[in-house]
Design a protein around this ligand. Structure first.
Ligand code: F0G
Length: 391
């Protein structure tokens, strides 16, 4: 394996050795050239870039694969559950992996403007990478349906924001047409460069675990991410960097579950606004990923999503947005419900399960704020504070 990715791994080992020895100031004496420069630097040989491609990166990827003892205990059967926390990407979601490739390729082809439809995270990511590239981003959003944190990100990075009286599926329809007619590069996941970049999440998981996990769970909206993960796992296996392939298990919100019900949902509804999608662009590819991996697609309702969001924050310290909590709600369903599309009640002992959480909790605070009690101030004395703590 004389590839950039294996070089980066070796470099990680030698860099940490350098950290241990350090120079007289205790500073590292060696710096890894690939790390901290994003997924293209790390996985260049597996991505559609060449010497002419200007690399537009915000140092995305290399997100933590967090071992979760309490989740593992709840699943039982001595299973080992990891959370892949994509909320630590530069704009707080997994979208940055695909966006660095899509925007780099767009720049290679001389683009001056990007366009996307979004439920929020794609627009935040597109706006940031367009700003980094020095070009315009136009984001088409369903009016009143975008979580505040995400809208703020697009605004702060200077995107031209257009809200429509329609849903995400309507917005994507408009973007498809404008992409054909005008000089915009579409950076939704219908752009294959987005999928190529998002594959790197699967590469990273295998690089850390030494092989693919047995099960990979993730939320499904427009279905690009499940498609990309499956492509990534297959590619690594084909290149003999892994032996196994995981079962891919996707979760949709029960009010926005076209793939599960096998029909377009005209008016998708869920508290998890990121996956409020009724006609996913990568529907067929997601179906193929599920069938080929012997996985499943299942649904969870809003109460289950909110309960899982709170559980993960309180038991593992990982605060994610509702769409991401769909994965954890789904894991609980697979373990505990007789109605689950995929039961993992009888999985082999010591199975390795990876749950992707796709976006940071701070992006979408409304549901949590509603449940917070009003905070009452107390006098600035030790006694008053002690009384307020109640211990
Ligand atoms: N989780 C989050 C936080 C998302 O933002 C999305 C999609 C998904 C899961 C689903 O991923 O679409 O690849 O199946 N968000 C898109 C957007 C649609 O516009 O930000 P998917």
């Amino acid at each position: 394996m004389s590839t950039d990715s294996s070089k980066a791994e070796n470099c990680r080992a030698s860099a940490s050795a350098a950290f241990r020895t350090g120079n007289r100031n205790g500073r590292p004496t060696e710096v890894c050239p690939e790390r901290g420069r994003g997924i293209i630097a790390r996985y260049r040989d597996l991505l559609p870039v060449n010497n002419e491609t200007p690399i537009i990166s915000l140092s995305e990827g290399d997100t933590p694969l967090i071992y979760c003892p309490r989740l593992s205990e709840r699943v039982g059967r001595r299973s080992v559950v990891f959370v892949k926390n994509e909320g630590t990407n530069p704009t707080g979601s997994f979208k940055d992996r695909g966006m660095t490739v899509a925007v780099s390729k767009a720049m290679e082809h001389g683009a001056t403007a990007l366009i996307c439809a979004s439920t929020g995270n794609t627009s935040a990511s597109a706006a940031a990478y367009a700003a980094r590239a020095g070009i315009l981003s136009v984001v088409i959003l369903p009016a009143g349906k975008i979580a505040k944190g995400k809208l703020l990100q697009a605004f702060a990075c200077g995107a031209k924001i257009v809200t429509i009286k329609g849903n995400f599926d309507d917005a994507l329809g408009i973007v498809r047409e404008l992409g054909e007619r005008r000089h915009f590069v579409i950076v939704n996941s219908i752009n294959p460069d987005r999928i190529a970049g998002q594959k790197t999440a699967a590469f990273e998981i295998v690089d850390v675990l030494g092989d693919a996990p047995d099960f990979h769970l993730l939320p499904v909206g427009n279905a690009g991410n499940i498609t990309a993960h499956w492509a990534g796992y297959r590619e690594y296996q084909a290149r003999q960097r892994s032996i196994k392939l995981p079962a891919m298990i996707g979760f949709q919100a029960s009010g926005a579950a076209p793939i599960f019900y096998n029909r377009i949902v005209e008016k998708p509804e869920t508290i998890a606004s990121a996956i409020r999608i009724g006609n996913p662009a990568s529907w067929k590819q997601a179906r193929a990923a599920i069938a080929e991996s012997h996985g499943a697609i299942d649904i969870i309702n809003d109460e289950e999503i909110i309960a899982a969001q709170a559980w993960l924050a309180r038991h593992e310290g990982i605060f994610v947005e509702p769409a991401s909590a769909a994965t954890v709600a789904g894991l609980f369903k697979c373990c505990e419900s007789n109605e689950a599309a995929y039961s993992i009640q009888k999985i082999p002992e010591k199975s390795r399960i990876v749950c992707t959480v796709t976006g940071h909790g701070l992006k979408d605070p409304d549901a949590i704020i509603e449940r917070m009690n009003e905070l009452k101030s107390v006098p600035a004395t030790v006694n008053a504070v002690q009384r307020a703590i109640g211990l």
